[in-house]
Design a binder for this molecule. Structure first.
Ligand code: PNW
Length: 456
């Protein structure tokens, strides 16, 4: 096969998130988050798994950074646990929490790895949830204060700052269908959460800029929404609706000045949008320096004029049928369709030009084929094929003119996969949860080679 080379300076790395890997849930004055509460509530997470220990990264970060260096990673995206920094989400700063990220940052820089920080990857302090969480405007204000505190400690060494990870998940899965923490099921709450998350991004971006931050951005998980039948008008209408609720509700306020009219009307049918105040859209629309894109699988929809379908995570989508995924599938049951990544990147570059893009997550869960035999590394040829296909798709987008700056694989380590607990493994490095032993899978060695050649 012909060799594909990526642009010079293309950034190669891996991503993780605090609650999914750190463990140490009671160390050094950490407060509780909504994921502590949710995972300790029977029936919410597979087999009652929690992030109490996870990959014990809090204590093993030095070993993990050494592993990153061995694999040749140029960048590492991690998130900061808000309740480590502010146990109650507002009020006093806990310096011992900041100390951990200080040590981690220095370890990364010492190995020449570029730290990319995410300020919020879903672990909202429980105290703030008790006061309404993301349905409350105050949470957005508190987030900006927290962002400033993290920046004050790490801003001298970290160049790339992202505010939120996947606000779609926080709002729709957290407050809409309730499959994620805090487990609220209320369409109106989901839309209030969307707005307050966007406002939180805007206020935090202001605070970061005021401190002098170099690069500020946000990570979304936009959907490649496709019609079941490309010739059906009903399907096209379903695509338009879901695209509005998943993509344009975030893209337009961030990159085009405000919410789109059709989305506003949809939201207003379900909830009085009193949470959108004068001036908010201006704060949200302040220019960003990079947009993080997480992509895993496409979304296929069909219009159902009889009003059937609907449900899922999207409030008010009666009349839209979300098609069952068809193979090949990952262990999450998600479709494998690399072309969706090319389409998505091209669409963003076309409709929202001018902002550099970074793939902040892409990867796949597959079951281990050799968990019982720890003497030999996991031979995850399925994951290699997934990553190879998606890197080719990313390369194709670049060839078509998309300003894509880098690629971060999800994930460095097998970890706590939210409602699925530890049973789904996304790592390029295997974690034996009994011993906490890390063993690079074949995919890690393959990725190492990709990085060293800057190509496939
Ligand atoms: C992302 N969905 O989550 C997150 O950013 C990661 O923390 C997570 O581990 C990874 O993808 C794999 O799941 C998602 O239901 C969770 O559409 C659920 C969905 C999408 C993304």
């Amino acid at each position: 096969m012909t060799e594909l080379r990526f642009p010079d300076n293309f950034l190669w790395g891996a991503a993780t998130a605090a609650y999914q890997i750190e463990g140490a849930s009671r160390d050094d004055g950490r407060g509780e988050s909504i994921w502590d509460t949710f995972s300790r509530t029977p029936g919410k997470v597979h087999a009652g798994h929690t992030g109490d220990v996870a990959c014990d990264h809090y204590h093993r970060y030095a070993e993990d950074v050494a592993l990153m260096a061995e694999l040749g990673l140029q960048a590492y995206r991690f998130s900061v646990s808000w309740p480590r920094i502010q146990p109650d989400g507002s009020g006093p700063i806990n310096p011992r929490g900041l100390d951990f990220y200080d040590r981690l940052t220095d370890a990364l820089l010492g190995r020449g790895i570029d730290p990319i920080i995410t300020l919020y990857h879903w672990d909202l302090p429980q105290t703030l949830q008790d006061r309404g969480g993301w349905t409350s405007r105050d949470t957005a204000e508190h987030f900006a204060t927290y962002a400033a505190a993290v920046y004050a400690r790490l801003g001298d060494r970290i160049g790339t700052w992202t505010t939120l990870n996947e606000p779609w998940c926080s709002a729709y899965l957290g407050y809409g269908n309730g499959v994620h923490a805090p487990g609220v099921q209320d369409p109106g709450a989901a839309f209030a959460a969307v707005h307050h998350l966007l406002l939180a991004h805007g206020l935090a971006a202001q605070a970061l800029r005021a401190g002098g931050a170099g690069r500020v951005g946000v990570t979304l998980n936009p959907a490649d929404v496709r019609a079941a039948d490309p010739n059906s008008a009903a399907d096209a209408a379903a695509v338009r609706l879901v695209d509005g609720l998943h993509n344009r509700i975030f893209f337009d306020p961030l990159l085009a000045g405000g919410y789109p009219d059709d989305v506003r009307e949809h939201v207003a049918r379900m909830v009085e949008p009193v949470f959108v105040q004068d001036g908010d859209e201006k704060i949200i629309a302040a220019p960003i320096d990079l947009l993080g894109i997480n992509y895993y699988a496409p979304t296929y929809v069909a219009g159902r004029p009889d009003g059937a379908g609907g449900g899922g995570a999207y409030p008010g989508t009666e009349g839209v049928q979300f098609l069952a995924p068809v193979g090949p599938l990952t262990d999450m049951g998600w479709m494998i369709e690399p072309a969706g990544l090319t389409r998505l990147l091209e669409r963003i570059a076309t409709d929202y030009p001018g902002v550099p893009l970074l793939i902040t997550e892409n990867g796949a869960a597959f079951p281990d084929k050799s968990t019982t035999d720890l003497t030999s590394p996991v031979q995850d040829t399925d994951r290699i094929a997934y990553l190879d296909g998606h890197l080719r798709a990313a390369h194709e987008a670049i060839a078509r003119g998309v300003d894509l700056r880098g690629y971060l694989v999800w994930s460095l380590l097998d970890n706590f996969e939210w409602a699925e607990g530890y049973r789904k493994r996304f790592g390029i490095v295997h974690v034996d949860y009994l011993t906490q032993r890390r063993t690079p899978k074949s995919s890690a060695r393959w990725y190492q080679e990709v990085i060293s050649r800057n190509g496939l």
